[in-house]
Every structure is written in structure tokens, then in C-alpha cells.
Design a protein around this ligand. Structure first.
Ligand SMILES: [Mn+2]
Length: 464
């Protein structure tokens, strides 16, 4: 029993694949966000009549559902990586590295990794010959999509996984290779291309579609499944943009946290909208969709505050909540929204730092950037949380030209002059108005490969 995001779908894929390999019959359930809501809920329990239930990437808070399954004489094994609260389900077994008495040294692993380790243990116990490294292509998607720190174990798994994607025998990855034409995969390719594609199924329709893609038996099937995902993803972008615009209007800039809501805002995209608001306004963001008097919300933060505990403080107002330090989900009665907003802001009142600015390495001399410099930066891939790709200041660059480019004219291109050196800097998905003569930027540098031609690219992370 999985979840509808990349981590949950990958976890489910790994379990199905593994159990098929050892010839044990397995059925799966991935909840539909709109029909069942999140996790092992009472509605999901109604669908289960016999067997053994194994949860992946969820279940650590499912006390009621586990009791109901126990009443039906169905054992439950919970594998999860979400924060463990005081009450834990009365399950046959619980595997979660965040349990206090769990001796596993790496605490920040994703649900798919927990599931994979269970399979590793089963492999050992059953003494079967299965190449567990063959799952690294899948694992690497989940680790990046679930924003795990790219250090220690995760760093190695992602590093190996990115290579594995390139040589993967899974029809789904073969199709992605064909589509993306990359010589080497980097974590950004997962974060900005593959993960959104896989996520779009659960956000817009049903995560089963993403599971079908990953489990595709041949390239014909993979090709069909991929085109379904592409369509869903493009629809996702459209509704996301429209809700984002509505959320901007409702944002009160003086507040410590952004708390916004709207009637029937598409539930599948409120998490991304919260993330966009967080980065734009540099403070924690809560976005709710109201339907039939119930507000379902998604929260994102990037600060030394713990969302999970902040939300917990308001638990009297809530119908339910769960999540992590920097990402959480919650629900409440519509009539409690105003009070929730007041309480969240009151809690953050004394907080001086609501956002951790990324660490800039220093000012860069743009005329000195060459392919060798970029190769040095590439050597420390994969980048991600806690192993951030180096970013640099460009100060007082003279603006020669401002243009919008792309099919929808939604990317920004600046032609700049720094001490006589003329170059371009790009900002994707930005139509920001710029009418200054000089500009300060934060950029990273990458190599652009287009039709076999390699050039250096300055990508704008922030306009100061
Ligand atoms: Mn997860």
C-alpha cells in the first residue's frame, strides 16, 4: 500500500518488482488523492479483505486503520520514513528509521529506501539471488523527489542511480533516455523533468498511471504511458499557474507566514504553489483548498523552524496533520482557517529568520569561467539538499539587453557587460520586469549542450 507521490509510487514499484521476482503474489493499493485522501485510511481498509498489508512511504500515523485491519485478522507491516508521533499503530512490525530505538545510522532516507531495505532483508532471509543494485535507477528518483539530503548513503545511492538510469533495462527509463538525450544525468534532470512528470499522475488523476509507466513491460507500453503522463503534466502546469496568480493576490506581505486559501483550488497542486510562495516571499507558506467546508492544506518551509511541531501546536483546530520539518499536510474546518492563520503567525512572531538564504560562494569573474571550471563543479555532482550546487554573485553588471524567449515567451534572457566582457544570463520561467542600468545577480554556471554544440551558461538563481 503506497502513496501518490514519486516516493510512494517508486516504493510500490520496488515492492511489486521484488515480490514478482521471488514469485509471491502481490496486489497493490495506491490511494487516490481525491477519492481516498492520503495514506492508510478507513476508506482504504474497506478495500482490503484478506492477506498481509505492507505499507510503503506511509502508515506511521495510521493507528485507527491498523486497528480495523487487526479486527479483520489482517496483519500490517508498516514501512515509513515520516516523523513518528507519540501514538504509533499497533502493527505486526514497524520499520522507520525515525523511531527513537531504531539503530539505523542514516535517519533521513526516503520511503523507497526503507522499502528497498526491507527487500534486502527478505533477500538475505530467503537466500535468493536478486541484484538489489538493479533498483538504484528507481531509488535515485525517489531520493531526489522527496528532497532527502544528498550526503553519505544518499549521495552514493544517487550517484550510482543516475548512472544506472542511463543504462537501465527498464522500458520506462529507456523511453526517458530516448526523450531526454542526455549523456549524463544530473539531479536537476530528475528534480525538474522526471519527478514532475511522475508526480503529475497523482496530482491530476491517479498515481496508478505513474506506476504503470514505471512497471511498463515493453517500450511500446512505456511509450504510451509516457505520453499520458506528459499530457497530465502539461495540464498540471496550467492549473498551477492559475492558482498561483490567485494566491499572490491573497498574500499579505507583512505576515510572518503566508496562509492563503480558496474554494476548490486544485488539491493536486497546492503543495507546489506553497513551495513557489515560500521561495518568492521567503517565509513559510500554507495553501488550502476548500471543498464542502473542509480545508485541506499543504505547507512548506525552509528555515530553522519545525513545521511539524508548529502545526502540532494548533492541533485543537485541526482534523488531521502529518509530515516533516519542511513539508507537511493538514486539514481543518473552513471556519477555523482565520484562527489558524492568527495562531501560526503568533507562533512565528519572535522568529527573526524565516528563510535560509542559500550560501553564495563569492563573487565570480565571469570572463574566467571556462569548461574546465564547469567540469570541476560537475565533479561534485550529484547536488541537492545539504550538497548545494555552488552559486556565485555577479555584481554591477551593465544591462545591454532584456529579452523574453521560448515558445511562450516566458523565459528571461539578459545580455550583460562586466568589465568589458559581454555574456548572456538566463532565468527560466520568469518574465520579471527589469528597467535598471546595472544589476546584481546570484547565478550558477552550467554547460549547455545543444545540437552537439557546447557552451557556457549563466543561470540566474536570484535577481538582487
Ligand atoms: Mn516519502
Amino acid at each position: 500500500m503506497g502513496d501518490y507521490d514519486v516516493d510512494g509510487v517508486v516504493s510500490t514499484t520496488i515492492m511489486i518488482d521484488f515480490f514478482n521476482l521471488i514469485n509471491i503474489e502481490v496486489n497493490f493499493i495506491i490511494p487516490n488523492r481525491f477519492k481516498h485522501g492520503y495514506g492508510l485510511s478507513v476508506k482504504i481498509v474497506d478495500m482490503i479483505t484478506s492477506g498481509l498489508v505492507i505499507t510503503v512511504d506511509n502508515g506511521i500515523g495510521a493507528c485507527e486503520a491498523v486497528n480495523l485491519l487487526n479486527n479483520k485478522n489482517i496483519d500490517v507491516i508498516i514501512t515509513d520514513h515520516h516523523t513518528v508521533s507519540k501514538n504509533i499503530p499497533n502493527a505486526y512490525a514497524i520499520i522507520n528509521p525515525k523511531q527513537e530505538d531504531c539503530k539505523f545510522v542514516v535517519k533521513n532516507i526516503c520511503g523507497a529506501q526503507v522499502a528497498w531495505y526491507l527487500c534486502v532483508a527478505l533477500k538475505q532471509e530467503l537466500q535468493v539471488d536478486i541484484d538489489m543494485a538493479s533498483f538504484f535507477d528507481l531509488l535515485c528518483l525517489a531520493i531526489i523527489a522527496d528532497i532527502m539530503p544528498i550526503t553519505d548513503l544518499n549521495y552514493l545511492m544517487v550517484k550510482y542511480g543516475l548512472k544506472k538510469i542511463k543504462s537501465s533495462q527498464r522500458p520506462a527509463f529507456k523511453k526517458l533516455n530516448e526523450k531526454m538525450k542526455k549523456n549524463i544525468f544530473i539531479s536537476d534532470d530528475i528534480a525538474f523533468f522526471i519527478a514532475p512528470l511522475i508526480n503529475s499522475a497523482g496530482r491530476i488523476d491517479d498515481a496508478k498511471l505513474a506506476l504503470s509507466f514505471l512497471l511498463s513491460k515493453d517500450e511500446y507500453e512505456a511509450s504510451h504511458n509516457l505520453s499520458v503522463l506528459e499530457e497530465l503534466n502539461s495540464y498540471r502546469k496550467t492549473i498551477q499557474e492559475s492558482i498561483l496568480q490567485k494566491a499572490y493576490i491573497k498574500t499579505r506581505k507583512q505576515d510572518k507566514a503566508i496562509v492563503v486559501w480558496g474554494e476548490d483550488w486544485h488539491e493536486g497542486v497546492i503543495g507546489i504553489v506553497a513551495a513557489k510562495l515560500l521561495h518568492k516571499y521567503k517565509k513559510p507558506a500554507f495553501v488550502f483548498s476548500i471543498s464542502n467546508g473542509i480545508a485541506k492544506g499543504s505547507a512548506r518551509a525552509n528555515a530553522n523552524i519545525n513545521l511539524y511541531s508548529i502545526i502540532k501546536q494548533t492541533s485543537k483546530l485541526l482534523l488531521g496533520f502529518g509530515g516533516h520539518k519542511n513539508a507537511a499536510g493538514l486539514s481543518l474546518d473552513e471556519k477555523n482557517l482565520e484562527e489558524f492563520k492568527v495562531q501560526i503567525n503568533a507562533q512565528l512572531e519572535k522568529e527573526t529568520q524565516l528563510y535560509i538564504e542559500p550560501k553564495v560562494l563569492g563573487e565570480i569573474d565571469v570572463s574566467c569561467v571556462d569548461l574546465e571550471f564547469i567540469e570541476i563543479i560537475q565533479r561534485f555532482e550529484p547536488y541537492g539538499l545539504d550538497n548545494i550546487k555552488p552559486i556565485f554573485f555577479i555584481k554591477k553588471a551593465k544591462i545591454l539587453k532584456v529579452e523574453l524567449f521560448g515558445k511562450d515567451k516566458n523565459h528571461l534572457k539578459l545580455t550583460l557587460n562586466s568589465n568589458g566582457f559581454i555574456y548572456e544570463a538566463l532565468k527560466f520561467y520568469s518574465t520579471q520586469n527589469i528597467d535598471d542600468h546595472y544589476i546584481d545577480l546570484i547565478v550558477n554556471v552550467t554547460k549547455n549542450e545543444f545540437m552537439g554544440k557546447i557552451s557556457i551558461q549563466f543561470l540566474i538563481q536570484d535577481i538582487l
